[in-house]
Design a protein around this ligand. Structure first.
Ligand SMILES: Cc1ncc(COP(=O)(O)O)c(C=O)c1O
Length: 370
């Protein structure tokens, strides 16, 4: 689907959970910043700088609309990791509730900060109702980067809210692939990555609901985020500008705005259906193969081989121009707990084709017979 919009040599790219490809439209938008209005946003008053400010705020509006939020509820970040770190370091919480599938980006920071973690297999509503209390944070992923498992974050956020706890969704693997609305899920925070949703590298966003903005402190302080300052203190701007000091990644964020436009033009339901279909084809194609398949939802299929290691398998596939990721996919505890050392992961996006799937299935079958 739409493969011709994406400039890449003729390879089977199956690593979109790590980073997606970008369409020409996004690349053009990034270039346009450097060619046409390469100024400081939000600082100087000349026309080039004003154009940069205008484009940046338009991008913010587009990205916020894309998740059903308002412009005043979205700060730009370098990705999901920075979003989660912003909450971890800027919100006062007693305990954090995590699932066993959390990415290291939603685990390491809590461990480093010494916040008590409650580790859960999944989102058991009875457990959440009885255990969550005021001062806690439910911080969970929406879709697993390991096997595509989808968690019912809507119900979980509702319970967190009822219990007086905060909620944070790691939407790194959901916002790029399915319709997502903060108005129906009603979380307090949502972190996501632009480079997994056809946007430039090092871009992302953190949604912060109006009602919790006052509870959060910024991760960084500095110029552009300050209304006024004296030798003894400063008056910080409100969210989001007060949380985005220093010169912003204007090229990247305007590119992210273009990515969102591109996704909207196609339609997220259509993208989701396309990925569901291709995922089913991979799973069916591997039914008879001597491999273990981990797939609990659309878009991501992890495969463990008996015949070769995951590293050897990925190298073999790479030599045949099939790009996958091998290893523990930053979910080390899940693997360590089960005493095995990793999988080969195929992850899809809208540009993947039936040919990609056929090629992957054919080579995995061959490998399993080695
Ligand atoms: C579920 C999940 N959370 C967080 C991250 C970290 O995202 P980033 O590296 O863009 O900060 C990833 C990246 O793979 C992910 O899959």
């Amino acid at each position: 689907m739409y493969r011709e919009d994406f400039p890449l040599p003729d390879v089977t790219y199956l690593d979109s959970a790590c980073m997606s490809l970008r369409p020409e439209k996004v690349i053009e938008k990034v270039n346009r910043y450097y060619r046409e209005y390469p100024g400081c946003s939000g600082r100087s008053s000349h026309s080039i700088s004003q154009k940069a400010s205008k484009e940046l705020e338009q991008a913010r509006r587009k990205v916020a609309n894309f998740i059903d939020a308002s412009r005043g509820e979205l700060m730009f970040t370098s990705g999901t990791t920075e979003g989660i770190n912003t909450v971890a370091r800027g919100l006062d919480v007693e305990r954090v509730f995590l699932t066993e599938r959390e990415h290291n980006s939603n685990r390491a920071v809590w461990q480093e900060l010494g916040v008590e973690t409650v580790n859960m297999e999944g989102l058991d509503t009875d457990f959440l109702e009885s255990e969550l209390r005021e001062g806690d944070l439910l911080s969970v992923l929406h879709v697993s980067n390991l096997d595509g498992k989808v968690f019912d974050v809507e119900e979980a956020c509702r319970i967190a809210d009822e219990q007086g706890a905060y909620s944070l969704i790691d939407a790194a693997q959901s916002i790029p692939h399915r319709p997502f609305s903060v108005q129906s899920i009603e979380p307090d925070f949502v972190a996501f990555s632009g480079h997994k949703m056809l946007g430039p590298s090092g871009t992302g966003g953190l949604y912060v609901a109006k009602k919790v903005q006052e509870d959060l402190s910024p991760l960084k302080y500095g110029g552009g985020a300050v209304e006024n300052s004296s030798f003894s203190g400063n008056e910080r701007k409100s969210f989001p500008q007060g949380f985005e000091p220093g010169l912003k990644n204007i090229a990247g964020f305007t590119g992210l705005g273009a990515a969102v436009e591109y996704l909207e033009d196609i339609g997220m339901e259509k993208i989701q259906r396309h990925e569901e279909k291709l995922t089913d084809e991979i799973v069916r194609g591997l039914e008879e193969a001597d491999v273990k398949v981990f797939c609990e939802g659309p878009g991501i299929v992890s495969v463990a081989f008996n015949s070769v290691t995951h590293g050897e398998a990925a190298q073999y596939l790479d030599r045949r121009d099939i790009k996958v990721r091998a290893g523990r996919h930053c979910v080390h505890p899940w693997f360590n707990d089960r005493n095995f050392d990793g999988t080969v992961r195929a992850s899809l996006h809208l540009y993947n084709t039936e040919e990609d799937v056929e090629k992957f299935v054919k080579e995995v079958r061959k490998l399993s017979r080695l």
